[in-house]
Design a protein around this ligand. Sequence first.
Ligand code: ZN
Ligand code: ZN
Length: 165
Amino acid sequence: MKSLIGKRFGKLIVIKLSNQKDKYYHRFWLCLCDCGNKKLAMTGSLNAGTVKSCGCIQKGINLGKLHGRWKGNDVGYHGVHDWVKRNKPKPKFCENCHKIKKLELANISQEYKRDINDYEWICRKCHQTKDGRNKRLIEAATKAKLGKKQTPEHIAKRNAWRKRG
Ligand SMILES: [Zn+2]
Ligand SMILES: [Zn+2]
């Protein structure tokens, strides 16, 4: 058996051959992951690249996704508003028309993300114009989604019902 000691596979470095065997008498290599965890892996899995970490790579990806999915509903609309106000100080003039007016905090995506780039300080007039446009966009998107549901399967099903009746 070719020694893999000292070799690197992704985040794993092979330390030694472990005494552990599976039911086919395959030997496992004891590896040290960059995160500090130890991992037992077989030559085949290491060479094939199917094992690249103790499992922390996968966990890291999932954690990232979880954080990215942060939505305003977790703390409520007002919680997000306060958070944005703390992190995005109110400018002197409207970020849209650059006029000095009374400003309102507007959410761009309408998803109330915990992302200051998703908010802008704009005047009431710009806010209303933008909200109106957003509403139209959302309505159009909803219509498109509903339209998609009318797949050939749906139509065939509906026609089948009609025939039966
Ligand atoms: Zn790890
Ligand atoms: Zn404005």
